[in-house]
Design a protein. Sequence first.
Length: 232
Amino acid sequence: MNSPHRHARTWRVVLFAAVTAAAVAATFALPRLPQDPAYHAFADRRTFARLPNAADVLSNLAFLAVGFLGLRVLRTRRAGFLDARERAPWFVLFAGVILTAAGSAIYHLAPTSSSLVLDRLPMSVAFMGLFSAMVAERLDVRAGTRFLVPLLAVGTVSVLWWYATELRGSGDLRPYYLVQAYTLAAIPLLLVIAPARATRVPAGSWLGSRCTPSRSSPRRGTARSSPPPEGS
């Protein structure tokens, strides 16, 4: 890697690390965030075929379908990763979506704080898989994949922290909200500060990164022209 590219990647990593650290510090500077006492009181409690809270329970079939479809694509060449290591975070994401479908269905059948753990744990897995995948794609493959397991641990601890504090009567959702909110906020940040590895489109051009052909399979008229051989 030449020096300009190395310097560009370094400032991106430093900027992303600084924003992440600031988000963590800002989250824990806030007062404790308890869960709404009416959280389990659903607006729609209708029963269908003896299934309580049927609309909420059955809506998880969509998550189940998306999770299995994602895993199916990952097993084919259509996934199109430049580096095989990038597959692992996406596998975790879609596996987490499948587990979320199961955990959310269980929670909505009998909504309690205990059953809510089964909903939030797989959600944290999915969020951390997505976070790792975006870091691997936009910043650094090795960092994104190496941090996958620690990120999963962070997500798990955020849920267990909430549940432990909830049992003590002083529930604190700050870590869990950080896992969710910052993962979603980090996506546009990474799209802005880092170009797509597969296309090398200008930073911030998310649409272009999805429409421009990759270097490995250029379309007619889009590939860079190579310099003529010497002496021609």
